[in-house]
Design a protein around this ligand. Structure first.
Ligand code: ADP
Length: 517
């Protein structure tokens, strides 16, 4: 009779039979109850024969009642000594509680069990049978063993880490665990430091400044706190530590303590300090150089201007005195003029460098006819073109007028043209000026030595050159200054070139001038 029927028959109150058939005293109900017990139950005779057992005792092992009951209990134990010991102790009248044993299943596998057992003796003291309660603890033991192993592995991992100090603090900041890395880093052994307050590891100053409390309270507030600071070793020496402090909370959110992972970053820190020092030195050296450039170019310019003026005066007087404008003296004077102009250009470039570096490149914006500027420059370079054997092919649009700085634009055109002559002697030079919508486009093309692809961006940098000083003189400043000028006017400068075939420089300038100006 199942539970529902039993309950119904009780509810109907239909007599004794209903009550008796549900009552534990009913044989059937009792047998059912015993068979379904969560424990294995059996009786064993003094010689070990299994006299009786419930289903929960043999079925989980894979046996039928026939294969189990009537057999000797020793057949089912993997360890003969264990069952012998059990029987001996029971015979002596001992009660066994949670006695560990291993039983063999029908399929050969083994189950771990915990046995609680005693003997039922009759009034004469005769061993009637055992009363064994067997609990299968295989799964329980497996989980406990796995947990122990995992804890052990974790403990070994922490203990074995040598490059990091890994340790735990209780909620009050006292050291609870200490790994090998911590011992190596701080010099304290676990025995010495466990139980001490973490402030032992801080410097005197940081303790005074309240860093200990601050570190822990920040970690507690945000869950984690990361810092780089000095720490003290057992011998009093200091090192730079990178420390991560993590607050440890239980499932109810209660603060249980802190985990600290510390790494020695002294070397990294020293390298950073050294880098910082070198950078500072470099900045100072650059500043000294720039200042020198600025002073030197100013100082050079003054006597140069005076030499030029005196030369003019001398030239005039010589010519007047000689009554002629031609002759050897005059040619020599012309050459001196040329050299002085060259010197003046170099000095001006140096002056520009210091102005650009100091952000003092001034622009005087006005309406400028780029065609006119181009003609002026070509006029200045006519002799040089002739001397170099470069034929000039010019194509210009008229009325390419924009808001620019005349002298600066002149400087860019001069620079491109002088480079075309310098790096492409004996070859034609083509100059093309066009108005393209709201921009002016100036193209200077030569058929000279060209520039390799990897050098094409570099040559616009300060002091960068793609040729050797033995073959071609120069400072490597012209293109850098040109780019600064063009940039300041809101335009662009680019080069297209192939080694040995020549170079084409393209400058584009918006007619409206720089947007901010
Ligand atoms: P510099 O000519 O005084 O060296 P620039 O700044 O004018 O300085 O030019 C930088 C470098 O770019 C030159 O040293 C040269 O290697 C390269 N370069 C410039 N213009 C040309 C050109 N037209 N053809 C070939 N190389 C050039």
């Amino acid at each position: 009779m199942d539970q529902q029927n039993c309950a119904r028959s009780l509810a109907r109150g239909n007599g004794k039979e209903g009550i008796n058939s549900c009552h534990p005293r009913s044989q059937e109900a009792l047998a059912d109850f015993v068979d379904s017990a969560a424990l294995g139950l059996h009786w064993v005779a003094p010689d070990g024969t299994i006299l009786w057992a419930n289903k929960s005792d043999y079925e989980p092992l894979g046996y039928t009642a026939e294969e189990y009951i009537g057999h000797n209990i020793a057949e089912f134990h993997t360890d003969g000594e264990t069952i012998a010991d059990i029987l001996q102790r029971l015979t002596r009248g001992e009660k066994l509680v949670e006695y560990s044993a291993r039983l063999r299943c029908k399929d050969g596998s083994v189950r771990e069990v915990s046995i609680t057992s005693s003997v039922r003796f009759d009034e004469t003291g005769k061993f009637l049978h055992t009363r064994c309660f067997t609990r299968d603890v295989t799964e329980h033991l497996r989980v406990a063993r796995a947990l122990r192993e995992s804890e052990e592995r974790f403990r070994m991992l922490l203990a074995g880490v040598k490059d990091f100090a890994i340790f735990m603090l209780d909620a009050g900041g006292r050291v609870e665990t200490w790994n090998l890395g911590a011992e190596r880093l701080y010099g304290h052994s676990a025995e010495e430091i466990v139980g001490q307050h973490v402030s032992e590891l801080y410097t005197e100053e940081s303790r005074r400044e309240g860093c200990v409390e601050e570190d822990l309270s920040t970690a507690s507030l945000h869950g984690r706190h990361e810092s780089e600071c000095e720490r003290v070793r057992k011998d009093g020496s200091r090192y730079w530590a990178h420390v991560i402090t993590t607050a440890l909370r239980d499932s109810d959110g209660r603060l249980r303590g802190f985990a600290k992972v510390t790494r020695d970053v002294t070397d990294k820190r020293r390298a950073e300090e050294e880098r910082e020092r070198l950078l500072q030195e470099l900045k100072e050296a650059v500043a000294v150089r720039d200042e020198f450039l600025s002073i030197a170019s100013h100082e050079l310019k003054t006597p140069l201007t005076s030499v030029k003026l005196n030369l003019h005066a001398l030239e005039h007087r010589t010519e007047v005195a000689a009554g002629k404008t031609e002759g050897e003296g005059s040619r020599k004077l012309m050459r001196i003029h040329g050299q002085i102009d060259r010197l003046a250009k170099l000095v001006n470039s140096l002056l520009d460098v210091s102005r650009i570096t100091a952000n003092r490149l001034d622009f005087h914006l006005e309406e400028v006819d780029l065609g006119e500027v181009l003609q002026d420059v070509l006029g200045q370079y006519k002799e040089e073109l002739d001397r170099a054997g470069c034929s000039l092919h010019l194509r210009t649009d008229t009325g390419v007028i924009g808001r620019w700085d005349r002298l600066r634009v002149d400087q860019v055109v001069s620079n491109l043209l002088s480079n075309a002559i310098k790096y492409g002697p004996g070859r034609p030079v083509e100059v093309d000026l066009q108005r393209l919508g709201r921009s002016a486009r100036l193209v200077v093309r030569d058929h000279g030595i060209g520039i390799s692809a990897q050098d094409q961006e570099r040559i616009f940098q300060r002091f960068e050159r793609a040729v050797s000083i033995q073959h071609y003189g120069g400072f490597g400043l012209g293109l850098w200054i040109s780019r600064q000028i063009v940039d300041n006017l809101g335009g662009s400068i680019a080069v297209h070139s192939e080694t040995g075939l020549g170079s084409t420089f393209v400058v584009e300038l918006p007619l409206s001038g720089p947007s901010r100006g």
